[in-house]
Design a protein around this ligand. Structure first.
Ligand code: ADP
Ligand code: MG
Length: 575
């Protein structure tokens, strides 16, 4: 079949432009990305072969190979993993599935600040495209395991790529980069240099559990003069060596592993370019043995609240990778946590169905949940700025835990912080709120709404503002729901300032007396009766209020009614 020329999808093209004119100064990371993809492809093939005897794939020597050719100025990253079909190549490499990418690209365009731009580009997790940071042409030859035809994909990264079917291709994927000229000033190193490649593999990919092989003797200038080594373009002829240690970081003692190594593992697992905020290690010994290495990312992925979001941890059994996205290990509200759990006691052919019933998995689930929550709790005092980041990025997800996880509800409530009328820019924890409560105040007041502005300008706030009573301002969609399920914090009920009768007079010396109230009630009886009549279709009751100081009237729900925003949400969900 002849070569077809395709156009990159718009977002993909924009992203490629960014890569080519690399805002990302550290070009070395392209190799980390290609090795990470190769490793994923090997994981996938091993799992598929386990489940399907008839796959017809060769899984006898799964590995990654780096092949450099200094004369041709090419570098090939090869794996004999799962490979891609022709359709997959077009779908996976020509387009960007993530819906958040367009939004991020726009943000990036509007950013003048170079550091902020570098931070933003890190959020793309541009894996494969990072090849274009160092290459002016990239060729992918791939064959899906079990299929007979291969596919060849080529692009210069400038808007189009070509695809053609090829009869003969080894199983797996070979990505060949035609390297740009060396330009040390712009960090464009010689990526055909074996020592440079080793250095990069050691730094970024040492923990990869598949062997990464290279010719045993790296090409040196002396070799080139004598015509040996570099001349040999047949990698099979040269002795190969494995350059990564393949040691699982979670199996090594804590002192042995550097923070940078943990961070690189995180980037591989999470497909993230930024360091994680926090690394959490856990080792369980005794009758049921496992290790866990968890990471709290430093930013939320843009699909955290969509179905597309990949959730769950990687599950290993005795160092063997068993499953990606294992959702049974953490509750859904901790879906932003990435990492690995390695169990010594599970069976190697454990299935999802078994996991859902497994008591040991349930134990791990409980323990990991507590550990993650405890880690965040610690940050509140030990590193408030980090806690603030966690809360900003993942607070809305964490609050979902208030809906279902009764066992951890109090811990979760202790972790929450909310915008408050106490100080405009300083979120308040519930403990802080309770400490500041006025004498005689029995309840924790809050108001929910669509935006900060809307709640701050609500007439419901007037009396509270006038009396200097703090109100929590809850503007996440999930806030509407959890406030109805959480009965109290520290014995204090949560109470919406927009619901029922709010008694602001309690405990005040100069409180309006009952007779006062009665006489006002009498004075307005006719008016109230008339209004109730006129508005009978729309409201349950019209009554006098002490909650307003400026506005003449406001709408109030009964304590147990759903709020207007929740009503909208249910309606949107078709209920
Ligand atoms: P990510 O790894 O985050 O999914 P990438 O841009 O790195 O994003 O890769 C895009 C997709 O292309 C991968 O998800 C995978 O499906 C496919 N892919 C890339 N490299 C390989 C490879 N070596 N073997 C098989 N599939 C690959
Ligand atoms: Mg990738």
């Amino acid at each position: 079949m002849s070569a077809e020329v395709h156009e990159f999808q718009v977002e993909a093209r924009q992203l490629l432009q960014l890569m080519i004119h690399s805002i990302y100064s550290n070009k070395d990371v392209f190799l980390r990305e290609l090795i990470s993809n190769a490793s994923d492809a090997l994981d996938k093939l091993r799992l598929q072969a386990l489940r399907n005897d008839a796959l017809g794939a060769d899984v006898s020597d799964l590995h990654i190979a780096l092949e450099a050719d200094a004369q041709a100025r090419t570098l090939t990253v090869r794996d004999n993993g799962v490979g891609m079909s022709r359709d997959e190549v077009v779908a996976l490499i020509g387009t960007i599935a993530s819906s958040g990418t367009a939004k991020l690209l726009k943000e990036l365009k509007d950013t003048k600040d170079a550091d902020a731009a570098a931070g933003l580009i890190g959020q793309f997790g541009v894996g494969f495209y990072s090849a274009f940071m160092v290459a002016d042409e990239v060729t992918v030859v791939t064959r899906r395991a079990g299929e007979s035809q291969g596919t060849r994909w080529t692009s210069r990264g400038e808007g189009t790529y070509s695809v053609e079917s090829v009869g003969k291709a080894p199983q797996g994927t070979a990505v060949t980069l035609h390297l740009k000229p060396v330009d040390a000033e712009n960090q464009m190193h010689d990526y055909t240099d074996g020592w440079k490649l080793r250095e990069i593999v050691k730094r970024y990919s040492d923990f990869i559990t598949w062997p990464i092989r290279m010719p045993a003797h790296a090409t040196t200038p002396a070799d080139m003069d004598s015509g040996s080594g570099a001349e040999s373009s047949e990698p099979a002829e040269a002795a190969l060596e494995t350059v990564n240690s393949m040691k699982a970081l979670w199996a090594r003692s804590r002192e042995e592993v550097t923070e940078e190594e943990y961070h690189e593992l995180y980037k591989h697992l999470a497909h993230d370019w930024l360091d994680p905020l926090e690394t959490v290690r856990l080792q369980a010994e005794g009758t049921f043995e496992y290790q866990a290495l968890l990471f709290i990312p430093s930013h939320a992925p843009h699909d955290l609240f969509t179905r597309d979001h990949r959730r769950g941890l990687q599950l290993y059994v005795k160092r063997v990778h068993i499953m990606d996205d294992c959702e049974e290990l953490l509750p859904p509200y901790l879906r932003f946590v990435k990492g690995v759990v390695d169990s010594q006691d599970l069976s190697l052919n454990v299935s999802r169905e078994i996991l859902q019933q497994d008591r040991q998995i349930q134990m791990i689930h409980r323990r990991l949940t507590k550990k993650v929550l405890a880690t965040i709790k610690d940050l509140m005092t030990s590193a408030p700025d980090r806690y603030a980041t966690v809360w900003r990025e993942f607070g809305p997800a964490l609050k979902e835990g208030l809906l279902g996880d009764d066992g951890n509800r109090d811990t979760l409530l202790g972790l929450c912080s909310f915008a408050s009328t106490h100080e405009a820019d300083e979120p308040a924890t519930l403990a802080q709120y309770v400490e500041r409560m006025k004498d005689g105040q029995e309840e924790i007041y809050y108001l929910t709404g669509d935006s900060r502005e809307a709640v701050e300008n609500s007439p419901h706030m007037e009396a509270f503002r006038a009396k200097g009573i703090e109100v929590l301002l809850l503007t996440d969609p999930v806030d509407e729901i959890w406030v109805t399920t959480v009965p109290a914090f520290d014995g204090k009920q949560l109470r919406s300032v927009a619901k029922g009768t709010v008694d602001l007079e309690a405990g005040e010396q100069d409180a309006q007396t009952d007779s006062d109230r009665e006489s006002r009630q009498k004075e307005y009886t006719d008016l109230l009766a008339w209004m109730t009549g006129v508005l009978t279709e729309d409201v349950k009751e019209v009554r006098l209020s002490t909650r307003l100081t400026v506005s003449p009237a406001c709408l109030v729900s009964d304590t147990h009614d759903i709020t207007p925003a929740l009503e909208n949400m249910y309606r949107a969900m078709g209920q």
